[in-house]
Design a protein around this ligand. Structure first.
Ligand code: AMP
Length: 112
């Protein structure tokens, strides 16, 4: 199922892109929940964590490495949180796998 993130990947709609390569893309969340809030997504249309297979190992690995690199570039040396809301109970709204990276303030635990 295509989502709004497919349109960001194809540049049909604009985004504040922080990083892009053949496998993944990082861009700022349009509705930030922390001083720094960006998303890392695979370019492949994978709906959620629940749809990952062994074939996606390199893609997911690259997404996490990009998340860590961009976090440092964004000044999050003091820490951050990585979240993958998954399906209905996880509160996932956009059906394209994405990792939220939030930082720039002390984050509460546990989440709601
Ligand atoms: P989730 O609830 O995990 O599916 O989160 C989806 C996230 O995508 C939310 O934090 C939205 O603010 C964000 N989002 C939705 N549309 C856009 C967009 N066009 N550009 C950037 N972020 C977006």
């Amino acid at each position: 199922m295509s989502s709004i993130f497919s349109k960001i990947i194809s540049k049909q709609i604009p985004a504040d892109i922080l990083y892009e390569d053949d496998l993944c893309m990082a861009f700022r969340d349009i509705n930030p929940q922390a001083p720094t809030h960006f998303l890392v997504i695979p370019k492949k249309e994978i709906q959620s964590m629940a749809d990952l297979t062994a074939d996606d190992q390199a893609i997911v690995g690259q997404c996490l490495i990009v998340a860590a690199q961009v976090a440092l570039e964004e000044g999050l040396a003091n820490g951050y949180r990585l979240i993958a809301n998954t399906l209905e109970d996880g509160g996932q709204e956009v059906p394209h796998l994405h990792f939220h990276i939030l930082g720039g303030r002390k984050l509460n635990w546990p989440p709601g």
